[in-house]
Design a protein around this ligand. Structure first.
Ligand code: KG4
Ligand code: ZN
Length: 332
């Protein structure tokens, strides 16, 4: 197949999902492939960095060739290579980053290193064109934060978690309830099916600012388990408390900053309770709500391709000695 238009290869390997995408122009996903490593980490109860890096190495070349074949694109047709540079596990990041830089050097094509959290927000731009200014809520396995977005891809932090990230708490509570690693989706399903359960106090609900905190909720959930409360009742209570505090603080930020647009981003944006809670409030207040479709919420190569394309359009290519980084705030 012959493709016209600008072709961007996006490579994501920041944690435990290897994912590649070929994006045509601004929004057309020609192929999106992904390989989860969950089975390799299962016995350890969480992501083991050394195992994650090796699993990326095993997965990334077969995925590259599958992605090219599914898209009907030859390596020489690629116009831009984008790979996540951080934040994330450095050993894992290096696998995707080196593949990206090597391809760019071999093919004599431009390379860009992508900030993973920017990429999560860029996922929204694959499916819509949100009007700014906006409030952005990022909820993932490593981050939970609220931003004011006044200009495209420019983020001002207005509040973040003081301790655990929201997804981290889903994963840890889920693990203790015997739901395996990366248990967020399982906790979500059990909560939805339960229909009722125990009540946990939504953390920091009345703190008067945009700060979040989830570690107390985790402790309360684990205590409930130790006292013999059923798993489904705990999942229900956890979800209720998380959704209540996230919806309340986010809508407060929307009102305070007088914006009419809300963007959700990150793996926990796939949560059914959060999606529904936000939809109800946004409809009530006449706020335009943008949430990536489910496959674009959790880590994926498409969001990396999109963020890479935006970065390349704004400021050109990055040098081939671009380094991986484990931490770097989104705002600033
Ligand atoms: O953004 P992401 O794929 O990786 C990071 O950048 O951290 O987010 C992964 C997180 C995990 O904690 C996972 O359990 C959580 O998102 N997650 C969910 C759901 N789907 C994924 N948490 C709650 N409900 C879900 N449906
Ligand atoms: Zn992520």
């Amino acid at each position: 197949m012959v493709h016209s238009g600008f072709l961007t290869l996006g490579i994501e390997s920041s944690c435990d999902d290897t994912s590649l995408c070929i994006l045509q122009d601004e929004k057309t996903i020609l192929a999106l492939t992904r390989q989860s490593q969950a089975q390799f980490h299962q016995d350890f109860g969480g992501v083991v960095p050394e195992i994650a890096a090796r699993a990326h190495l095993d997965a990334i070349f077969p995925l590259l060739f599958r992605t090219l074949a599914e898209a009907g694109v030859g390596l020489n047709q690629l116009d831009l290579i984008a790979a996540t540079a951080g934040p994330g596990l450095v050993g894992s990041l290096l696998v995707g980053l080196h593949l990206g830089k090597t391809l760019a050097m071999m093919l004599k094509k431009p390379f860009v290193g992508v900030h993973h959290l920017r990429a999560h927000f860029a996922a929204n731009l694959l499916e819509s064109d949100p009007e700014l200014p906006a409030i952005g809520l990022l909820v993932s396995g490593g981050h939970s934060a609220l931003y004011l977005i006044q200009k495209p891809m420019t983020f001002t932090l207005i509040g973040e978690t003081r301790d655990d990230a929201c997804g981290e708490v889903y994963d840890k509570v889920g693990r203790e309830l015997g739901l395996g690693v990366n248990a967020g989706p399982m906790v979500d399903r059990m909560a939805s099916e339960a229909g009722h359960g125990i009540r946990f106090t939504p953390p920091m609900l009345h703190s008067g600012d945009y700060a979040l905190s989830f570690s107390g909720l985790k402790t309360a959930a684990l205590l409930a388990k130790a006292q013999g409360t059923e798993a489904s009742a705990i999942c229900y209570g956890l979800q209720q408390a998380v959704v209540e505090v996230l919806v309340e603080k986010t809508m407060k930020a929307v009102r305070h900053h007088g914006v009419k647009t809300l963007l959700l981003a990150g793996g926990v944006a796939a949560n059914s309770g959060l999606r529904q809670g936000m939809r109800i409030q946004c409809e009530r207040l006449g706020i335009r709500l943008h949430i990536p479709s489910l496959k674009l919420c959790t880590d994926n190569g498409a969001m990396v391709a999109k963020a890479g394309l935006l970065k390349f359009s704004a400021s050109g290519a990055d040098p081939l000695d671009t380094q991986a980084f484990s931490r770097q705030p989104l705002a600033g």
